[in-house]
Design a protein around this ligand. Sequence first.
Ligand code: PGA
Length: 257
Amino acid sequence: MRIPIIAGNWKMNTTVAEAAKLVQEMLPGLQAVSKVERVVCPPFVSLTTVAPLLQGTEVKLGAQNLYWEAKGAFTGEVSPTMLQGLCQYVIIGHSERRQFFGETDETVNLKIKAALAHGLLPIVCVGENLAQNEAGETVSFIASQIKGGLAGLSAEQVRGLVIAYEPIWAIGTGKAATADGANSVIASAIRNTIAKLYNKTTAAAVRVQYGGSVKPDNIAEFMSQPEIDGALVGGASLKASDFVAIARLSAEAKGLS
Ligand code: PGA
């Protein structure tokens, strides 16, 4: 069985002090939802402050990005060796990185390999924009993101990934995808592509999140879908009560509370 995973992507929000406060506000509620994996992804500069606050809890820590080289003359970048031991997860290829920072399936692929080589668990983001959606290109576009992003990975490596399906038009817009729509894209574009590239066991093992305007009032519907194993939550992860509610309602929807 795939263990559900709820991750909060704080994006470029919270000072170090605010990050510490936010995580302390959500911790008691998050710790009560033990059957769902819970991850918070604050900005890089807050990781060393948040990590000790999570020690002794089951709540995991994630980074929002990384560079693929271990060290060197790459001003401003953060390497996998710096994150190793500090956090467990790393978000890779978020649509905002692709859109504003020139990330491609090739750089996503390098980052996934670097993360895995250093024992970090990637949350790999894919998703179509509105024009692609309206042109009926969703499945073929996401299939190409999966092929490019996962190129050269073994089946065993793919089995351990978390993939986040985030339609770009649903991110931060308040206009979430429909739950059954997201479920069918995940089946046809993500699991089916992985089944073809690897095999059905691998496709069935990988955990797939939905992301895009997830809130307490729509999470249960997403989590009731058979192909959806969790959520990558942006805006609602910045409000402790909302993020805790999302984790709790996810466990309930999967019959795990
Ligand atoms: P949102 O962001 O929940 O604010 O729509 C999701 C994401 O970008 O991961």
